[in-house]
Every structure is written in structure tokens, then in C-alpha cells.
Design a protein around this ligand. Structure first.
Ligand SMILES: [Zn+2]
Length: 174
């Protein structure tokens, strides 16, 4: 597929469509070229405050996106269908805006790194992203290699940046 390179981005329409993926069933795709740092959309949905007591609880809601300590959002479309990648092209800025980390050509799947929004170290999923540099499993933000963390900032929600910096005794940016 050849992306259209000359079209001016239309900021008034959602740049996202649902489509089949090779390895993960369904995913969301860029319906037009998306510029770096462009807001792809706000993550909306039901907020859930839950204290997970068992490891089973931790794995119970794989579509939820972490928003803070014991707080998740059950996202509405399109972010209900965003897949994880260990080499993502999108991330979350602030608390709930999905933003392009790099230019995304029309037709490319939009992904983010689930580890950037989870802080329970018991959480562990097998990764199916098939990207070079795949970490093999998706775990909480503590398990992100330092180099990966640095590369993702500022596309990590503030709360989870704080969790990581606190855990590794890194200076806070605020
Ligand atoms: Zn992976």
C-alpha cells in the first residue's frame, strides 16, 4: 500500500478505522496519514477503581487502560481495539490522549505499548507483536528497559512516568 503523502491532514475527522490484523484478530488502522504528535483521539469510557488482590484479578481485564493507582478506563472505540506493540507508533500524553509518536502512514496499524499504563508487577501477558526487539512478554512499567523508557517519554502518562522514576530513583521531571 502506498501512503498518500501530499494530503493535508483533516483534523476534524477521526483518523482511525477498524480492520483485521495478521496476528491479533482486529486492530485499528490509520485512515489517513497522521503527523507526529498529532492527537489521534481522547480515550473515553467507563472509569473503574479496583484493588486487585490476586494475580488472577490482575489479568482479568486485558482491554482496560491504566489511568492511575488502581484506576483503569474501559475504553470505547477505537481504543477498545488498540493492540500492544513493543515497537509502537503511538502513546499516551498527559492522562488520556493517544498521540502519534512518529509519523504514521495511511494504512498502518496504530499500536501502543501496554506496559506504559500498568503498574502491577504481577501482570504478565505473552506478547504477540512479532516486532523486532519484541520483549516476549508484556509486564508492568517497572520491567521496561531504561533505554525504552527514555525513548517513550513523553508518550507515557505522567502517573506511570512517576512510578518508574520512583522505582529506579530517577529524578522527577516536575
Ligand atoms: Zn512484543
Amino acid at each position: 500500500m502506498v501512503p498518500e503523502q501530499t494530503q493535508e491532514p483533516n483534523t476534524h475527522s477521526s483518523p482511525v478505522i477498524l480492520g483485521p490484523t495478521e496476528h491479533t484478530g482486529l486492530g485499528i488502522f490509520a485512515s489517513r496519514a497522521i503527523a507526529q504528535d498529532e492527537v489521534i483521539g481522547e480515550i473515553t469510557g467507563t472509569r473503574n477503581s479496583v484493588v486487585n488482590t490476586t494475580a488472577e484479578d490482575v489479568l482479568g481485564h486485558d482491554r482496560w487502560i491504566g489511568m492511575g493507582n488502581n484506576t483503569w478506563i474501559d475504553p470505547q472505540f477505537p481504543f477498545s481495539h488498540i493492540n500492544h506493540s513493543c515497537n509502537p507508533n503511538a502513546g499516551i500524553r498527559g492522562m488520556a490522549h493517544m498521540v502519534a509518536m512518529r509519523p504514521i502512514p495511511k494504512g498502518e496499524e496504530i499500536t501502543f505499548d501496554y506496559s506504559t499504563t500498568e503498574e502491577d508487577p504481577r501482570w504478565c501477558m505473552r506478547c504477540n507483536c512479532h516486532q523486532s526487539g519484541c520483549r516476549g512478554e508484556i509486564r508492568s512499567i517497572h520491567f521496561l528497559p531504561r533505554e525504552t523508557f527514555e525513548r517513550y517519554v513523553p508518550y507515557i502518562p505522567n502517573h506511570f512516568q512517576d512510578v518508574y522514576r520512583h522505582y529506579y530513583l530517577l529524578p522527577s521531571v516536575q
